[in-house]
Design a protein around this ligand. Structure first.
Ligand code: GDP
Length: 200
């Protein structure tokens, strides 16, 4: 699939106000600085598309982009913020959980993990929450052009071992780089397949 049209639609703080769920939807989430904006821009072939979600006031919102007039890409800015108050964090987590649990056209969530880092507790906590709630997800390891092969393999191995303890089958993951375009074809082809199976 080629993306020939990508446009910002709307930002919401309540999943009930999101656009009518009549086309399939895919969410992208990860801790800030994981490389989410870069990856969304790489996938859509736009320089600044995801910048909209990073502008003040939009960083705690559910941001919808319409792609090829046929599916939504949803930018869900970070979880596990270190520097925000507990009240705001709780509000954000509630909004996020409501969206993830109740958005009926959400076909998959791409959980972004920085391939340079050893497994982080908040990433693992988030991933296991998906498992507990039976929600479909795929892990995207970001910035794969950065670490040496040895560090990369060691981090991936550690992840696989931890995930193997949590699940009978290790969750699907894709290695990506916004810089080289690695992973783009695989992600878009996965979305294309899921789009074909979408029933209203
Ligand atoms: P966000 O906060 O998750 O949206 O992260 P950004 O997309 O803004 O990226 C955070 C930093 O990581 C920026 O300095 C990017 O240039 C850098 N970055 C993002 N993706 C990649 C990548 O694939 N490779 C490399 N080498 N750097 C990246």
């Amino acid at each position: 699939m080629e993306i020939h049209d990508a446009r910002f639609v709307v930002s919401n703080s309540d999943y009930k106000k999101c656009p009518s769920p009549d086309i399939p939807e895919y969410a992208f989430i990860g801790r800030s600085n994981v490389g989410k904006s870069s990856l969304i821009n790489m996938l859509t072939g736009r320089k600044n598309l995801a910048k909209i979600s990073g502008t003040p006031g939009k960083t705690r919102l559910i941001n919808h982009f319409k792609i090829n007039d046929s599916w939504y890409l949803v930018d869900l800015p970070g979880y596990g913020f270190a520097k925000i108050s507990k009240t705001i964090r709780n509000e954000w987590e509630k909004m996020l959980q409501d969206y993830l649990l109740h958005r009926i056209n959400l076909k998959n969530t791409f959980i972004l993990i920085d391939s340079r880092l050893k497994p982080q507790n908040n990433d693992l906590g988030f991933i296991s929450w998906f498992g507990e709630n039976n929600l479909p997800f795929v892990i995207l390891f970001t910035k794969s052009d950065k670490p040496s092969k040895a560090i990369m393999n060691s981090n991936l191995e550690t992840y696989k071992n931890i995930l193997a303890e949590m699940w009978e089958e290790i969750p699907v993951s894709i290695i990506t780089s916004a810089r080289t375009g690695k992973g783009k074809a695989e992600i878009l082809s996965m979305i294309e397949t899921l789009n074909q199976n979408f029933k209203r």
